[in-house]
Ligand binder design. Structure first.
Ligand code: GUN
Ligand code: FE
Length: 424
């Protein structure tokens, strides 16, 4: 059933990168699951819609996490003193191999789904593992929780421990089975997920590229995260002119909608391939800091017309709440400006909030804003217990900024996806 309802509260969203639309004590009208409008007084014709009264609370669009590893959630906050390739081999691959055990996957994905449900995120692009059954289990849990987005069965057939490796044929067959069995989901969809070039043979990459293009399926992967990784890719695919060019050679660089996580070193090497309108960069500042990959030149990429959203990149990032990614994106951009790239602008809070909502939301369609016609994903934040003498003098956007920095890891008090209220 398509949802009709009205939310009352202090409503705020991004109109564009630099502009927040702020409406205190206003009505958000949702008709057939989409935003009908925001009003200071409720028009007569909507008075029959059910009203959820969130007086004094902040209502924002649901956030869009463009890059998260569901099977890594259990070890968030651990093993943060290693670089990417050692971290993958030493901890990540062994832990991911445990998801062949469905009862382990059931418990772990239950915890992940519960916490994601209570975070400000409504849309996700998630990596699972290479295990088809466990990937379907994750998709099912996210769908049942009422969340929306994509899950990828991870593809990897080389440079990984035997216990976490498929043959090329097994990987292709597993992908086809995953696609067939995920066809019946309503809000969750499959996404083609080569882990990264080092994990996938040329044959597997070619096969995945073909499946994506033939079935019009989006792609997610990692790109130019770490200097050792980039050098390795150049050895593995010597005929490519850049890491992004290697994805292009295999038909997975914007032929269909594509998310590339990190792109820390992309501005200098492969900007043109990122300027493809089908390509979205998932900027993951927590991950880039924790496994010291570097600082993505996010304002330079944005100013060059590249589409950018935010990713938690759990568990290289420790926080499921995108408020962490928002505030850390601002912080690392200031460090980059001071230390390495004075020519790059710092990122403002407004821009970072835009990236977490409307910027990343574009990957999913008309998502991440309260413009008329947008899919009605909304999150209600309770900042009433936050003690400050300034409270009555703050604008709504200042309240939101302070909440983001100080309280943004707290649970949300209500959440809607396409107008439907989720059971928290
Ligand atoms: N590159 C390949 N796999 C991974 C992963 O699991 N996390 C991160 N941050 N980078 C990767
Ligand atoms: Fe990642």
């Amino acid at each position: 059933m398509m949802e009709n309802r009205v939310l009352f509260g202090d409503i705020i969203w991004s109109l564009d990168r630099n502009t927040l639309s702020e409406h205190s004590s206003s009505f958000l009208v949702i008709e057939n699951g989409a935003v009908e409008g925001v009003y200071e007084s409720l028009p007569e014709r909507f008075k029959s819609f059910p009203l959820d009264d969130w007086s004094g609370k902040i209502i924002i669009p649901g956030m869009c996490d463009l890059h998260v590893h569901a099977p890594q959630y259990q070890f968030r906050g651990l093993w943060m003193d290693m670089e990417l390739l050692d971290w993958l081999n030493g901890h990540t691959f062994p832990e991911e191999s445990r998801y062949r055990d469905l009862s382990y996957a059931d418990e772990a994905y239950g915890i992940f789904t519960h916490d994601l449900l209570h975070s400000p995120t409504t849309r996700v692009c998630a990596f699972a593992t290479l295990h088809t059954e466990a990937s379907l289990l994750l998709m099912n849990k996210l769908e049942e929780a009422g969340l929306s987005g994509y899950v990828g069965k991870v593809s990897m057939d080389r440079n990984c421990p035997d216990i976490l490796r498929e043959t090329t044929e097994q990987s292709v067959e597993g992908n086809l089975e995953f696609l067939n069995r995920s066809a019946g989901f309503e809000n969750m969809r499959p996404i083609i997920t080569p882990r990264f070039i080092p994990s996938c043979s040329d044959d597997l990459m070619r096969a995945l590229g073909r499946i994506s293009v033939e079935r019009h399926l989006p792609v997610q992967s990692h790109l130019s995260e770490n200097p050792s990784e980039i050098a390795w890719v150049q050895e593995l695919v010597p005929e490519s002119s850049s890491y992004a060019d290697a994805y292009r050679m295999f038909g997975m660089m914007g032929e269909e909608k594509t998310i590339m996580a990190h792109c820390v070193y992309s501005y200098e090497r492969e900007l043109e391939l990122l300027q493809n309108p089908n390509v979205f960069v998932a900027h993951c500042p927590d991950s880039n800091s924790n496994i010291y990959s570097g600082i993505a030149r996010v304002t330079a990429l944005m100013d060059a017309g590249v589409k950018v959203g935010l990713g938690s990149d759990v568990a290289a990032g420790e926080e499921i709440s995108l408020f962490a990614a928002i505030t850390n994106a601002v912080k690392v951009s200031k460090l980059a400006h001071r230390i390495s790239h004075p020519e790059d602008r710092m990122l403002t809070f407004r821009e970072a909030f835009f990236l977490a909502t409307r910027g990343g939301g574009e990957f999913f369609g008309p998502v991440g804003a309260f413009d008329k016609g947008y899919e009605a994903d909304a999150v209600v934040l309770d900042d009433s217990s936050f003690r400050t003498t300034l409270r009555d003098r703050l604008t709504l956007s200042e309240r939101l900024e302070q909440y983001a920095y100080v309280k943004g890891r707290d649970n949300v008090c209500a959440k809607y996806v396409k107008g439907k209220r989720l059971v928290l």
